[in-house]
Write a protein that binds this ligand. Structure first.
Ligand SMILES: [Zn+2]
Ligand SMILES: [Zn+2]
Length: 580
């Protein structure tokens, strides 16, 4: 979703939230409304009501909303003084609290919106009128604490969504159904890819053998591509001394994302939230010259970051994860070339994974602010070069001024999956700060000391998040090279187990990942099981196959075929090698 599209959706959903509140108030005049913001998909509304809303009541509210929409009412904004606002909302403790909060923040006026008979405090923005909402649906009922704090009262929460047309709503419902079927949490369990154990902890996924195999394939693929680009590889510890993170600035700027220190021999150590300070140690180990640069250090580095427990979800948001990280140390003159080769890698990775739809969000300096390190000239040059690279490659991109971190401009990668959903995956980040903090240098052509530029980059982002996304993107039906199990052999009856084992051994010898299903179940049952596991090839063997030295292969897509074992091995190993 582009920025404009998101703004438009937010307006639509925020307006729909008002229509919901309006319907709720008409049906339950004693309801106390709390908040109703637009969210990623639709809106939610929190309210305090003695009566519990159930499915039946939800349907009635939805019906009332549709009646209200028929009136095509304008959203009219007015401003009240704090005193008038406190009077207008005197029966609603939540609004009173919000008005008091706004007053504390220095607000002098409270913005309100009127839609027909309904009136509420809100700063907008909304659609101009409810006439642009063509279809609306209430989705589910749940609960939420006031201000998200469990010490506060638990409120009822209703989720809903709205679109301009019924067609868009129908398409969204269809997409959501598919998304639920393909969710990484559901498929992760069914395909035995990963697990979250309460005994280990929230947000700390355990990679099951199937998931580990998939991850190893991704890692292997990425390693080989990086070798082609001249990267070196490193492995660094999971913890480091507090002095290291003080010097890097993490303890100052990133502490709320870090876990409490571990004391060893009277010294404090932290779990690393990033790999950069470790790679810097290696750079700083020797005197570097311009001839050594660029130095590209890559690590599948495991980091730990604090995420609130409410935000943890499957593989997409976790507390311990492994980045496909690298740090490129280069001269300012090399930045453009390095960005170019990072994009080479990125395009190669995404196209191999059949993710052909992605865009780049460039975060640049806010010219009016002085919170940045590095000179304005450095920033200007780097930003210009990043944009040149994107233009030359004809990539789809947008520029967000002021969206950069204080230490350098960046490019975030946003991919669109098979269901049209967008995910932020990789990132490329320029850094003028760490080289300065660690006093990194190289001897330039002029024989003088200069400061190198650092580029942090991770094309996947993390293995956890990226795997979560590709599970959903492929709906669990991975291409053969990525599939944890590539072939399932099913003998028609126990008479053919010996032959099946012979076929299995030959495939294993060719490094094909193959399992034998010789359970005492019917053929049909075992085939259906293998289909549920989404194995790319099912191989059935019986009398005819044994006599002729052949196998009957059923690809996940396509026609059944009978071929010799050798032919099958040639076909499948070629497919794996070419990552088709
Ligand atoms: Zn509003
Ligand atoms: Zn880094």
């Amino acid at each position: 979703m582009g920025n404009e599209e998101k703004e438009q959706n937010d307006k639509m959903w925020h307006t729909a939230a008002h229509v919901f509140a309006s319907a709720l108030t008409e049906l339950y005049p004693n309801v106390k409304l709390a908040i109703g913001p637009p969210i990623e998909q639709g809106f939610h509304y929190d309210f305090d009501l003695d009566e519990q809303i159930d499915e039946e009541k939800l349907a009635k509210i939805e019906k009332k909303m549709k009646e209200i929409l028929k009136k095509k009412e304008k959203m009219e904004q007015n401003f009240l003084t704090i005193g008038d606002a406190l009077e207008a909302f005197k029966n609603n403790p939540y609004k009173i609290e919000m008005i008091q909060d706004l007053k504390k923040e220095g607000e002098k006026e409270i913005s309100t919106f009127t839609t027909g008979k309904f009136f509420d405090m809100c700063k907008g923005p909304h659609l101009e009128s409810t006439k642009d909402i063509g279809a609306i649906k209430l989705l589910k009922i749940s609960a939420a604490y006031w201000k998200g704090n469990e010490k506060n009262k638990s409120l009822q929460r209703v989720y809903g969504i709205a679109f301009k047309t019924q067609k868009e709503l129908d398409e969204w419902i269809e997409m959501r159904k598919k998304a639920e079927e393909n969710s990484n949490v559901k498929l992760g369990k069914e395909l035995d890819l990963y697990m979250i154990s309460e005994n280990v902890g929230k947000g700390l996924p355990i990679w099951c053998p199937n998931g580990t195999m998939l991850r190893m394939q991704l890692q292997d693929f990425l390693t080989k591509e990086q070798i082609k680009q001249g990267y070196s590889f490193m492995i660094t510890p999971h913890i480091g001394k507090s002095e290291l993170f003080a010097k890097s600035g993490h303890l100052k700027n990133y502490k709320e994302m870090m876990y409490a220190p571990i004391k060893i021999d009277e010294e404090e150590y932290y779990l690393k939230p990033m790999n950069c300070p470790f790679h810097i140690q290696y750079y700083a180990k020797n005197q570097r010259s311009y001839r050594d640069l660029p130095i590209r250090l890559s690590e599948m580095g495991t980091v730990y970051r604090y995420e609130k427990s409410g935000e943890l979800s499957g593989l997409l948001r976790v507390r311990g994860f492994t980045q496909d990280d690298a740090h490129i140390f280069c001269t300012p003159e090399q930045v453009k070339q390095e960005f170019n080769s990072v994009f080479d890698l990125l395009v190669k990775v995404l196209s191999t994974l059949k993710i052909n739809n992605f865009r780049v969000r460039v975060g640049t300096r806010d010219p009016t602010s002085d919170k940045y390190v590095g000179t304005p000239e450095q920033w200007e040059r780097a930003t210009k070069e990043i944009i040149e690279v994107l233009k030359e490659r004809k990539l789809n991109f947008e520029v967000n001024p002021g969206d950069a971190a204080f230490y350098g401009p960046k490019a975030d990668i946003i991919v669109k999956d098979a269901l049209g959903r967008e995910w932020q995956t990789g990132t490329i980040q320029l850094d003028y700060n760490l080289p300065e903090r660690f006093e990194l240098e190289y001897i330039g052509v002029d024989g003088q000391k200069h400061e190198p530029v650092m580029i942090h980059r991770a094309p996947f982002g993390s293995f956890e998040r990226f795997t979560g996304i590709i599970i959903e993107h492929f709906g669990g039906a991975f291409p053969t090279w990525l599939s944890p199990e590539q072939v399932k052999i099913i003998p028609i009856s126990e008479k053919f187990i010996e032959y099946a084992k012979k076929v299995q051994a030959q495939l294993m010898g060719a490094e094909v990942r193959v399992k034998l299903d010789d359970r005492n179940e019917t053929l049909g049952y075992r085939i259906r099981d293998a289909q549920k596991e989404k194995v790319p090839y099912i191989v059935v063997v019986g009398a005819k196959e044994e006599e002729t030295g052949k196998v009957a292969i059923r690809p996940r897509e396509g026609e059944q075929q009978v071929v010799s074992i050798e032919e099958f091995i040639e076909k499948i190993t070629k497919e794996i090698k070419e990552k088709r």
